[in-house]
Design a protein around this ligand. Structure first.
Ligand code: RTP
Ligand code: MG
Length: 138
């Protein structure tokens, strides 16, 4: 069993899409081992996305991610990291496969409705960034 970290981003929470996205998560066979709604501070967003700090979109990305609440989740299944990224679809919704979260719900390449860890080392940083061990069940 593998764990990954997911975020339902502000654009999706604002439009009332959280339930539809959680349904997709459960129908795809992920166990939700942690979930909470939080409003990121700008500093928390910057810390979370520190790997992108030299990228041209970093400032806008941190503003977006801290403008309204998000839902953070820890998801578990076999091959969870790759399977969650497949279910999300490509970063740019224009390139995302039909049936993926980003194809169905994302507004554009930045406001793309969801986040997923991209590797085991990333998940190992991201999960404890938001959850302590008492908040992960199952
Ligand atoms: P994420 O980390 O959120 O799961 O997304 P990702 O791996 O598919 O994409 P990544 O390259 O890690 O970029 C992180 C997030 O930054 C925003 N972005 N904006 N304006 C742009 O060109 C641009 N490129 C990326 C997106 O919100 C992207 O998910
Ligand atoms: Mg990424």
């Amino acid at each position: 069993m593998e764990r990954t970290f997911a975020i339902i981003k502000p654009d999706a929470v604002e439009r009332g899409l959280s339930g539809k996205i959680i349904t997709k998560i459960e129908e795809a066979g992920f166990a939700i081992v942690g979930m909470k709604k939080i409003h990121l501070s700008r500093a928390q967003a910057e810390g979370f996305y520190y790997v992108h700090k030299e990228r041209p979109f970093f400032n806008d990305l941190c503003s977006f991610m801290s403008r309204s609440p998000v839902i953070v989740l820890c998801l578990q299944k076999e091959n969870a990291i790759a399977d969650w990224r497949t279910l999300m679809g490509a970063t740019n919704p224009a390139n995302a496969e039909p049936g993926t979260i980003r194809k169905e719900f994302a507004k554009n390449i930045e406001e793309n409705s969801s986040h997923g860890s991209d590797a085991p080392e990333t998940a190992a940083f991201e999960i404890p960034y938001f959850f302590n061990s008492f908040e992960l069940v199952g």
